[in-house]
Ligand binder design. Sequence first.
Ligand code: NAP
Length: 353
Amino acid sequence: MTNVVIAYESHDNERPRQSYKTRAGSNTNPPTSSSPHNTTMTKLKKIILIGASGSIGTPILEALIRAKSSFDAIAILTRPSSAPQFDKISSEHGIKILTVASYDNTSDLTAVFAGYDTVIAALGAAALDTQLKLIDAAVAAGVERFYPSEFGTATDSPALGDEPIFADKRKIQAYLLRQASSSSSSTNNNKLSFTALQTGSFADWALANGFIGFDINAKTAKFIDDGTAVASFTSLRDIGDATVTSLLHPDASKNAFIRVQGFAASQQDILKVLESETNSKWKVTKTPISDVLKRADEALEKKDFTTYAVSRIQAVLWGGNGAFEKDEISNQKIGWAPKDDLHAVVKQVLASK
Ligand SMILES: NC(=O)c1ccc[n+]([C@@H]2O[C@H](COP(=O)([O-])OP(=O)(O)OC[C@H]3O[C@@H](n4cnc5c(N)ncnc54)[C@H](OP(=O)(O)O)[C@@H]3O)[C@@H](O)[C@H]2O)c1
């Protein structure tokens, strides 16, 4: 885990500049202990989840419901057109459904956030920029903790350089860190802190939908290079639980990039388990990473943004930067352990096909 004290520059598009960094296991006191907001134990009890029907929003909502006795209020903020799908879950579990006409209206958002201490943004790629307004509203409403829509690679890692596919996430980080930084000033009422929860790839999601190169029905594997690069993974259910655990350990997760990991595996590791569980030999093809990057460039030229994004992310995953640094994994720091390892995920995905 990296706790950060934030030093700001005025350019939103720049990578957040971390003036201090602790690594798990170091003897250094967490830098945030000097903040006036650390003198009392934070409690995060009133939670708003945005994007609750999405790939990661759904398991986060399920985990919140499993842990609902730990919270005073759980609410979903959703677009009016999406609200009806939550009727059943709302009546069964006492989840409040909140809507605003537009996420562009900061004062409407502020009114909705009032009385809640935590906002979790699990918004999809198309809506990442929306978070700028959500953060403004969170500050204005006196929200204490904002979870930006991260849930993936260590997008803040210097090893990734200026990887363009994560520019939107870095922009939000920079903006959020600036707001969190000004919350340490005693001259305003801003209480905002942040938790950026990074999880590696969604293990079951990525295996089932072919994102990491496996076609379960056809029994084929598409390796990038020789398939030996290692990446971090966490199952959807485990990500939901890790999110809840981080809420229940608010001081450990405060102003921190929390990297949780279910397991680390290469494409070769995954293939071995798939072959053993299906008792068959799979067909393997290999593509040099340079071809994957070329495919991304060509897609960008044709304005095929999906192929562009998928190809760039695959190149990050299997290009040597897909796994979290061991000493930056925050599982222990937030008191969390995964339930699903590679074997469990493979079995679960095969059973669902
Ligand atoms: N690590 C991985 O393997 C992995 C995989 C996929 C995604 N991710 C990351 O996880 C995060 C969430 O992605 P996701 O795939 O779960 O998202 P998603 O399913 O595409 O969308 C999540 C929710 O965002 C809301 N939304 C979508 N478009 C919107 C718009 N234009 N304006 C306002 N709200 C909108 C919707 O909520 P309502 O309908 O309720 O309004 C939707 O259910 C992202 O940061 C993404 O990069 C990581």
